[in-house]
Design a protein around this ligand. Structure first.
Ligand SMILES: Nc1nc2c(ncn2[C@@H]2O[C@H](COP(=O)(O)OP(=O)(O)OP(=O)(O)O)[C@@H](O)[C@H]2O)c(=O)[nH]1
Ligand SMILES: [Mg+2]
Ligand SMILES: [Zn+2]
Length: 352
């Protein structure tokens, strides 16, 4: 029998389960998301499960179960099951679907911590780290910045300077798969029962790192055609693995960049560490653009705040506003459509 506690099962999830109509049935956690089915870890081992029609009906695609979700299932035989319900999702990592402004896709859920992985070659990009962090802050997921491939040589002073505003509140780790002690220090950031997602571009070494932590080749890794990770995605699915005696690790396919789906101005200011300046602006509703007595602009002028960080703040804020406007529009359209359908039903179009 597997102890699901190792996978993060706890009394608060147990309480949530009691509210389900299917509370008497077994539960499990999704370890792998395939195209149309899921591998679910249960007390009785791994089951391959499909969703009931009810689980699909009336849900946005972003609400379909994903790796890390806790589900309630009916066992069919020794290997198969059907998912009947899903416990309320907490701390989920979403990304914007490519080419859309407001369509979200869930990557993993019930996440305590995210390792934002970048390699110390052309892939290193502070603006991209900020985007990841903003996304995580929205869900109260802790961030750790993990910089790989130190063996390739890099300018540490320059990297530290670029990360100055982020490293105040967020740990920054440097690793190389060729330096075992650098992998060992990563272990200290993984607590028992905790779930950690590894996220970052393709080719930065996420799977390599997980293999090094587990101590065997559990995930496939491969050479990439170039350091920007173009054209090669070795990991193609979201997969969870238990680090014995420690936490649960989730490997994900490379993500180039996160679109902003967080429009909370406070978390943006916190991530970029400008909240202290903001608090000193003359007007409480200061937008930090051209107002008199703006402490943020003053901080840029006197060198306390990097102009790059300030520009990044304005850009991310614009994107966040754009995202919420599109979301709002989508909801209004949904409401309008619901109104039309209701109206038609009233007039006797029963088949609707
Ligand atoms: N020099 C060096 N190469 C590394 C290091 N870590 C990983 N690599 C190499 O980088 C390449 C990509 O590693 P992967 O672990 O497959 O990268 P990934 O982030 O999982 O990529 P996707 O699965 O495509 O998202 C492989 O050739 C690894 O051997 C490191 O610390 N130093
Ligand atoms: Mg991989
Ligand atoms: Zn201001």
């Amino acid at each position: 029998m597997r102890e699901l506690n190792k996978y993060g099962w706890n009394s608060s999830l147990q309480q949530q389960k009691q509210k389900s109509n299917f509370a008497e049935l077994p539960h499990g956690r999704i370890a792998v998301t395939h195209k149309t089915c899921y591998d679910v870890i249960t007390e009785d081992g791994l089951l391959s499960c499909e969703l009931t029609g009810n689980m699909l009906y009336g849900r946005e695609p972003s609400e379909y179960p994903c790796t890390g979700d806790w589900v309630i299932l009916q066992k069919m035989d020794e290997e198969k099951g059907i998912i009947l319900d899903m416990l309320p999702r907490q701390k989920a990592l979403y990304r914007l679907k490519t080419g859309t402004v407001s369509e979200k896709q869930a990557i993993a859920s019930h996440i305590d911590k995210a390792f934002i992985v970048q390699s110390l070659d052309d892939n290193f990009n502070v603006r991209r780290i900020e985007r990841f962090m903003l996304q995580l802050a929205d869900q109260n997921i802790e961030s750790v910045i993990l910089l790989t491939k130190t063996d390739l040589g890099f300018d540490k002073d320059e990297v530290e300077r670029a990360l100055k505003h982020l490293s105040v509140n967020t740990p920054v780790l440097y690793t190389s798969v060729y330096a075992p002690e650098s992998i060992e220090q990563v272990r200290k950031f993984i607590s028992k029962g905790e779930t950690i997602v590894f996220t970052g571009s393709s080719g930065v070494g996420k799977s390599t790192l997980i293999n090094a932590l587990i101590g065997e080749q559990v995930f496939e890794t491969s050479e990439i055609s170039d350091s920007t990770g173009k054209g090669r995605h070795t990991t193609t699915r979201r997969e969870m693995i238990l680090l014995e005696g420690s936490g649960v690790l989730i490997d994900t396919p490379g993500i180039k960049v996160f679109g902003v789906t967080n429009d909370d101005a406070n978390s943006l200011a916190n991530v970029l560490n400008i909240s202290d300046f903001e608090g000193q602006c003359r007007y409480a509703d200061c937008q930090h653009v051209n107002e008199n007595g703006c402490a943020v602009i003053a901080a840029v002028e006197n060198g306390q705040l990097d102009a790059d960080v300030y520009e990044s703040y304005l850009k991310l804020r614009r994107e966040a506003q754009h995202y919420s406007a599109s979301e709002y529009e989508k909801r209004q359209k949904g409401k309008a459509l619901a109104g039309v359908i209701k109206d038609m039903k009233k007039r006797g179009y029963k088949e609707l």
